[in-house]
Design a protein. Structure first.
Length: 412
């Protein structure tokens, strides 16, 4: 969501048109309106099972880990059909779960991937007019836009992406641009395309090819718009208008998976590397050039995370490993306050109405009250495996399981 002050025109993130409607807040892309897993929604359910507080449950065809996005009464996600090697955009009615249409985006080329990945893992993003998505066609990165009736507006191939782990990059929106991470062993790049016609507006080539599946965030930091990008074997800040680099931190290791978050109270960016070592860093975003030795406020390996992205409150960062170890980190110091084993996890948590919703791969969502000690409010199961991350909109929680979409809300 872009959030504007009347004076100063302060943009917080993502989409100009993603405003709070009387009936609720849209969830327009990966990690929601702020790109960090947080929602302004209140009065959400904290307890449910396979029946109670399940407003609807709909079958979802194919196989995919793409998370759902919601714009008013429409829900979009991606899926793949192994038998026909088709990659498909799905559109549902978010009010009743009816499948409205499905459109084949790509067919034929089928990239290699990690056993825990899918061929449709990236999450689309929408501005309320078009839905923008990214998939892999062999090694070609494909970015495409569709209207809400399923008509393709444009398709662009900004570069190649080569990785034995597959693909799962999610586009983001900024002003008139669609921005995609293409950092891999292929061309290794980041590019901005026109939302109107897909033409390439700027493209940054990377000189240190590596694997990055991370989605950038955009914030106004230190008096200027900064896009925080994890890739090219560094943490870096770019001007999202033209792709010019402001500052960078070397490493802390080679590859990245999770998305960065920004803690406003502490004024710190929180990032974690993925492979071959995992390091959790807190970075002050007011530097220039190489700030490796000057702007890293603290660094730790305890609580450093791998694939899932974290959420944070004013005081605490909640990180999770794919092995199920969940940590509560003190944002100011980097100290781990507690850790719990909540089950193997690839999906990312969300934060709403003061509570953390922490999912695991078995489809069990643990609701946690943030604090210096672990406090579980509830633990809820959907009855099937789950690799996609939750979405929150219109007073409801939307979950994508292995076989179904679920809409969780208070039964009235």
């Amino acid at each position: 969501m872009f959030k504007f002050k009347i004076t100063g025109c302060t943009v917080l993130f993502l989409i100009v048109a993603s405003i709070i409607h009387a009936h609720g807040q849209n969830w327009p892309g990966w990690r929601g309106p702020n790109g960090d897993g947080t929602s302004l929604e209140t009065n959400l359910p904290v307890e449910w099972d396979t029946i109670s507080n399940v407003l609807w449950k709909s079958e979802i065809p194919g196989v995919g880990h793409s998370s759902p996005i919601i714009w008013e009464d429409k829900l979009f996600t991606l899926t793949a059909f192994p038998a026909t090697k088709e990659k498909v955009l799905l559109c549902y009615d978010s009010e009743n779960g009816n499948l409205l249409w499905q459109k084949v985006v790509l067919k034929g080329a089928w990239e290699n991937k990690h056993p825990d990945n899918s061929h449709a893992s990236g999450t689309p993003v929408t501005d309320g007019k078009l839905v923008y998505l990214s998939l892999l066609d062999g090694e070609d990165v494909v970015v495409a836009a569709y209207d809400f009736s399923g008509n393709q507006a444009w398709m662009q191939r900004p570069g190649t992406y080569s990785s034995p782990h597959g693909y799962s990059c999610s586009p983001i929106l900024y002003k008139d641009k669609v921005i995609i991470n293409g950092n891999s062993k292929g061309d290794s790049f980041m590019a901005a395309m026109s939302r109107e016609d897909g033409s390439i507006l700027w493209k940054v080539p990377f000189d240190k090819p590596a694997h990055s599946f991370s989605t950038p965030i955009i914030r106004e930091l230190a008096g200027k718009m900064q896009m925080i990008f994890l890739g090219n074997q560094e943490v870096a800040s770019y001007n999202p208008d033209d792709g010019v680099k402001y500052w960078f931190v070397n490493g802390p290791s080679e590859d990245f998976c999770s998305s960065p978050v920004y803690n406003k109270k502490a004024g710190l960016l929180l990032v974690s590397s993925a492979w071959p070592q995992r390091h959790l860093l807190a970075i002050s975003p007011d530097g220039e050039g190489d700030v490796t030795d000057t702007k890293v406020v603290w660094r730790t390996t305890k609580g450093a995370y791998y694939v899932p992205s974290p959420v944070c409150t004013d005081d605490y960062l909640f990180s999770t490993m794919t092995n199920g170890r969940v940590y509560c980190i003190d944002v100011a110091t980097g100290n781990a306050l507690w850790e719990e084993n909540l089950g193997k996890q690839y999906s990312s948590p969300v934060l709403a109405d003061g509570l953390v919703y922490m999912p695991n791969d078995e489809g069990i969502i643990t609701v946690i009250k943030p604090g210096p000690t672990f406090e579980m409010v509830a633990q809820n199961a959907i009855g099937e495996r789950m690799n996609a991350s939750p979405a929150i909109s219109n007073g409801k929680i939307y979950l994508r399981g292995e076989e179904h979409l679920f809409c969780i809300g208070e039964n009235k």
